[in-house]
Design a protein around this ligand. Structure first.
Ligand code: GRF
Length: 217
């Protein structure tokens, strides 16, 4: 049985697109759900024959009511994995608990640095020389869950927000499909609050996740 993946988006959906385009033996994108009717990524998903749905947060009186409606919609697709891909809503702890261990997010920084918004501007302002992106399990604390994979990029002297975010986004498009593939292959597990990846696997075309072997004495 293929594992069902439900992807949540709010806008452009380029990470969703990267996941859809990536080979996913053993998994299938069951649906793409947006919290905004005008989320541009819905067009790509629909054009690619993927079920789409909108659960408009503006229609709901509270965060709890929105999350309950969202969960009901998600559960209609029997998800094995729920993927937040530029989903710009803070989720309630009840929602997070419901999908514990099968809810992942991508964040455009090397967590635990720069949780929250405007990560690229904050990275530039702080003068860090390395920046990047992180795929992590979602827990009740924002941008704090166990880290599955990260990619780092240099921060160059002449970078501005646009150039830095583009460099990071290219890495997001590599690591997010990789993390989803690992999950589908059953290689990611939570051990003592940390995400453990059991073995290497080939990544997006031409790229292999390096296995760093411990030095032998
Ligand atoms: C990405 O940078 C992601 O890391 C952040 O929001 C952005 C969404 O971009 N959470 P897209 O919608 O996937 O193109």
């Amino acid at each position: 049985m293929k594992k069902n993946i439900v992807i949540l988006i709010s806008g452009r959906g380029s990470n969703m697109e990267a996941i859809v385009r990536g080979a996913l033996p053993g998994g299938q994108i069951a649906a793409v759900i947006a919290n905004r009717p005008d989320a541009a990524g819905l067009v790509f998903a629909h054009a690619n024959g993927i079920d789409t749905a909108v659960v408009d947060h503006k229609v709901y009186a509270s965060r709890e009511a929105f999350d309950a409606a969202l969960a009901e919609k998600i559960d209609g697709f029997s998800p094995d994995l729920v993927v937040l891909a530029g989903f710009m809503r803070v989720l309630t702890s009840a929602f997070v608990a419901r999908y514990a261990g099968r809810l992942i997010n991508i964040h455009p920084s090397l967590l635990p640095s720069f949780p929250g918004l405007h990560t690229h501007a904050r990275a530039l302002e702080s003068g860090v020389k390395l920046h990047g992106a992180t795929v992590h399990f979602v827990t009740a604390d924002l941008d704090c869950g166990p880290i599955i994979i990260q990619a780092a990029v240099p921060v160059l002297d002449d970078d501005d927000e646009a150039s830095l975010s583009a460099r990071v986004l290219a890495q997001e498009h590599r690591i997010y499909p990789q993390a989803v593939r690992w999950f589908v292959e059953g290689r990611v597990e939570l051990v003592a609050g940390r995400a453990k990846v059991s073995a290497t696997s080939s990544g997006p075309e031409g790229w292999t996740v390096p296995l760093i072997e411990a030095d032998t004495p």
